[in-house]
Design a protein around this ligand. Structure first.
Ligand code: F1X
Length: 326
């Protein structure tokens, strides 16, 4: 069973832009629809869609439209009542598949709601993986995920924890020495974590450099178990303490890249639940990510759309890293 926590869920509203989007210009659009989103929600939906047990834990006011959008979803939903309405994130899609995302900050959660969410997570004591995913609502303590990990470690020492976040919350986890089994940055998030956000494109286009950077993180931070680094159309790299691999997929027709990273993480987790080794988990991650980009908006692929056999994996010879000083 997989339990996800989404502290900042969203209604994902997709707008199809007429013509090309131009900064400062005027364009028409067609509203395509709303989906219940947020990274942990998407992961739970994908895992549930693969026939596995998943629960999405999140805050939402009792009659928020977000909850109606979740009716009939493939996973269990545990909504902790909150007074903060669920944010609306916009996805602007152009004909050629270019996706522009405008994300709202999300409203700060009351301390009592925060506590109730963590308590709900702790009650899921048969979860094989706990996933903490997405940004934190505005005004949250950037170390909130790190504090939640510390509580989970104390209460459930054996649980495996995956974190998919960015910026300060990710830095608080990694640099603060939290013990997590997996992080899933993209190249830009990894570059920012390493202190040079400008290097994101370079990492995305150079899987060897990306793997070296991921491996360096593992060497510098004992708390980290593995890094699943997504590289857009370049597939993904998985760096673990036992080896590093690259997975790539033949090109696909891209409709929307929203949710591709969540799908990749889901693929890894679904393969892990099936007892597959790391290299095959990577193949599943890449296959899920590739299937996701062929779907509109933040639609998450069901397992029948996913073909891990189309993914080529190779072992990366990552140079040995000098032990860090001190
Ligand atoms: O603000 P966050 O939490 O980083 O990102 C939120 C979000 O962009 O992530 C999902 C796609 O990954 C969407 O469902 C959602 O709108």
């Amino acid at each position: 069973m997989i339990a996800t926590l989404t502290l900042n869920p969203s209604i994902d509203r997709e707008l199809a832009v007429q013509g090309e989007l131009e900064r400062g210009g005027v364009r028409g659009y067609r509203r395509l629809g709303d989906q219940a989103g947020g990274k942990g929600v998407n992961v739970a939906r994908a895992v549930g869609g693969a026939g596995l047990d998943a629960v999405a834990i999140l805050p939402a006011p009792p009659h928020d439209p977000f909850l109606q959008l979740l009716e009939g979803a493939s996973m269990r939903v545990h909504a902790v009542p909150s007074s903060a309405p669920v944010r609306i994130n916009l996805t602007l899609t152009e004909r050629d598949g270019t996706t522009t995302k405008l994300n709202a900050a999300g409203e700060r959660l009351d301390l009592a709601v925060e506590q109730a969410l963590v308590d709900a997570l702790l009650r899921e004591d048969d979860a094989s993986w706990i996933v903490l995913a997405g940004s934190l609502p505005a005004g949250s303590d950037p170390a909130l995920y790190a504090r939640i990990v510390a509580r989970l470690r104390a209460a459930a020492p054996g649980a495996r924890i995956a974190v998919d976040t960015a910026g300060e919350p990710l830095a608080a986890i990694v640099l603060g020495g939290s013990r997590v089994d997996l992080i899933k940055p993209n190249a830009h998030e990894l570059a920012e974590l390493l202190g040079d956000a400008r290097e994101g494109d370079a990492l995305e286009n150079d899987p060897d450099a990306a793997a070296g950077a991921a491996r360096q993180l593992l060497d510098d931070h004992d708390g980290l178990g593995a890094v699943l680094l997504t590289l857009g159309g370049g597939g993904a790299v998985l760096a673990t303490r036992d080896g590093s691999w690259r997975g790539s997929h033949p090109p696909v027709a891209v409709r929307s890249t929203v949710g591709a990273g969540d799908s990749a993480l889901s693929g890894y987790l679904i393969a892990a639940e099936r007892g597959l080794p790391e290299r095959e988990r990577l193949a599943w991650a890449v296959a899920y990510g590739a299937a996701a980009v062929t779907l509109p908006g933040s639609e998450i692929p069901t397992i029948d759309r996913v073909t891990p056999a189309r993914v080529t994996t190779s072992t990366l010879a990552v140079p040995a890293v000098e032990p860090s000083e001190g």
